[in-house]
Ligand binder design. Structure first.
Ligand SMILES: Nc1ncnc2c1ncn2[C@@H]1O[C@H](COP(=O)(O)OP(=O)(O)OP(=O)(O)O)[C@@H](O)[C@H]1O
Ligand SMILES: NC(=O)CC[C@H](N)C(=O)O
Length: 558
């Protein structure tokens, strides 16, 4: 994951402003070290002055970036164009339907080697087509800050789903700061908040006024995938479909479509990794053994079928003094079982890649040791529940544990995964009705109520999960990638009718019906039936102190 810090402060002789300047400098210096952990491959600072109004006001712009290089060639940031435009980019663009390649050859007259790197390509697209038009047509997970020196405008945003973190601090009209993380010191934290996804921001440095462009749905209900002339920013998917069932298609056809759309989303994420030679053969899945991540593990192996590669299944478990029971947590048991089931699939027997199970055991002493670090990273999220989840992702992303190449092989202790990309199954529950409360809404008000609940859940992923998880995971120089949140997959999933998500089965209600059908079809029979707990309960990172059992998840964590 790359790291971004930007600040704009007025240059002035006033003592008050000088103090403000000192404050921003302190914040930046403090953040620099943490941001370097996100992007260990290179870092740089660019500082420039800019006229901010007609009365001769001058502002100082500071751009500090760190890079975790994932795409060839390593492209240092901040990236400056010849005209002085500056881009800070944390993320990945994926070449859906070959469109980036088309851009590349069109822009560069066929010289495809020049901007194979997505940061470089994005910079050229912004410079050439402008920000909104470019965002409309690219696909991927990102947060960026872009300074257009010609129009004297600063742009920033997270992708429309919000898969990368970006925070903003605007304490005065003439000062603004943006960063992937908030400062650690409590005195500097007050005004930092997450930039909402679904909005693109533009600051005119002449007036210091901010314009917000919102992503919206096509009014006609038809999807415009690529258009050169759109001024508004349209979501690359349609709102949730309220139909209850498919009228035209058989469910076999739809399971086939699910499989191919998800495989394409996995392939984009798995194959878009530029490995250093020593890490050429290792991929990693955040693996609870639940259906969502097990399907992704299977599809990853399908993508890598002809590669000699290892797929590390990272399974985190906590020693929880409140509960006891060591590391034999529900996810550990389920993880081992699902690993065995994956290994026995006939479709993977001839595959050249193998699954390795990595047990990440976290003693309580380590929780205490890293507690304040996790608290700092997850800020501005600050609840008990946020902490239990952030803790689990923090240690899972570290990727340090005991590795089993096969169930009866001797384990390798102190194993550390070399994969910088961690594939996560987040998003499947929000798209396919996987939470218990989805069953409750369905039981209360039927499919209409369920549709409303799913819309709400999907729309708040950016503020509930994604920013926080990016901040804690990236601290180990890793990046999470989310196949279920691929735009094309989201489009498919939101258009699936509601009975492909939730159904009455026997005396109960079952969510994620279509995903379960796919698991059955693949031969993952046990996985298809599993009811998985949320990570903090499956890994037992929730409420670890004796006597904490009754504390509410929404309470502020101290
Ligand atoms: N114990 C764990 N160890 C490692 N990764 C985990 C663990 N639990 C969850 N994850 C990862 O986080 C993702 C989201 O977790 P969540 O708690 O929402 O579970 P879920 O949606 O039921 O997913 P799944 O069915 O894959 O378990 C999972 O898909 C998986 O990639
Ligand atoms: N980690 C990142 O955000 C990487 C930025 C960009 N995709 C690169 O590889 O250069």
């Amino acid at each position: 994951m790359c790291g971004i810090f930007f600040s704009l402060i007025p240059k002035s002789k006033s003592a008050l402003i000088a103090r403000e300047l000192d404050k921003y400098t302190l914040v930046r210096l403090q953040l620099e070290e943490t941001l370097k952990r996100r992007g260990p491959d290179c870092f740089n600072t660019v500082v420039c002055d800019v006229k901010t109004n007609d009365e001769g006001g001058i502002g100082q712009l500071t751009f500090f970036s760190t890079v975790l290089s994932m795409r060839d060639p390593l492209t240092p940031q901040p990236l400056q164009s010849q005209e002085g435009r500056i881009l800070q980019f944390n993320g990945e663009l994926y070449d859906v339907v070959g469109q980036l390649e088309e851009y590349r050859s069109g822009l560069l007259g066929g010289d495809t080697s020049v901007s194979k790197n997505d940061t470089a390509l994005l910079s050229q697209l912004f410079n050439r087509f402008g920000v909104l038009e470019t965002l409309q047509s690219v696909r991927g997970e990102y947060a960026f800050v872009y300074y257009d020196s010609l129009s004297k405008c600063l742009w920033w945003a997270r992708d429309c789903i919000g898969r990368r973190s970006l925070l903003v601090n605007r304490c005065r009209k003439d000062c603004i700061a943006l960063s992937s993380l908030a400062p650690t010191h409590a005195t500097f934290r007050g005004n930092w908040r997450e930039v909402p996804a679904g909005e693109v921001y533009k600051l005119d440095l002449h007036t210091m006024g901010i314009e917000v462009v919102k992503w919206s749905y096509e009014p006609s209900g038809s999807l415009v995938l690529y258009s050169y002339f759109l001024e508004l920013t349209r979501y690359p998917y349609l709102p949730i479909c309220h139909d209850v069932s498919f009228y035209q298609l058989s469910y076999d056809t739809v399971v086939g479509e699910l499989s191919s759309t998800l495989l394409a989303a996995v392939r984009r994420r798995v194959l878009a990794i530029h490995h250093a030679p020593s890490t050429a053969d290792t991929y990693a899945i955040l693996f609870s053994g639940g259906i969502d991540c097990t399907l992704l593990a299977y599809l990853t192996a399908i993508c890598l079928r002809d590669h000699t590669a290892h797929v590390d299944l990272l399974n985190v478990a906590f020693e929880n003094p409140r509960i006891g029971g060591g590391y034999n947590t529900p996810d550990r048991i389920l993880g081992r079982q699902s690993w065995q089931e994956l290994r026995s699939l006939p479709a993977l027997q001839s595959s050249q890649c193998d699954f390795r199970f990595v047990e990440i055991n976290v003693p309580y002493t380590q929780v205490l040791e890293h507690k304040s670090r996790v608290q700092d990273l997850m800020f501005p999220k600050d609840s008990v529940m946020d902490f239990s989840i952030a803790l689990a992702f923090f240690f899972a992303a570290r990727g340090l544990g005991t590795m089993f190449a096969s169930p009866d092989a001797d384990p390798a202790e102190e194993y550390s995964t070399t994969s910088r990309v961690l594939i996560s199954g987040l998003g499947a529950d929000e798209l396919f009705a996987g939470y218990t409360r989805h069953g409750t809404s369905f039981a209360r008000g039927g499919y209409e109520t369920l549709a409303d609940e799913l819309t709400l859940d999907f729309g708040r992923l950016h503020e509930r999960n994604l920013g926080r998880d990016d901040r804690v995971g990236a601290d180990w120089g890793k990046e999470f990638r989310y196949p279920y949140l691929d735009e094309e997959f989201v489009h498919f999933a939101l258009q699936c009718p509601l009975d492909s998500k939730m159904r009455v089965r026997g005396n109960g209600i079952e969510g994620k019906w279509l995903l379960r059908q796919l698991a059955r079809y693949i031969g993952l029979r046990h996985v298809a039936e599993e009811k998985k707990r949320a990570i903090q309960f499956g890994a037992r990172s929730a409420k670890m102190e004796v006597g904490q059992g009754k504390i509410k998840g929404t309470a502020k964590f101290v």
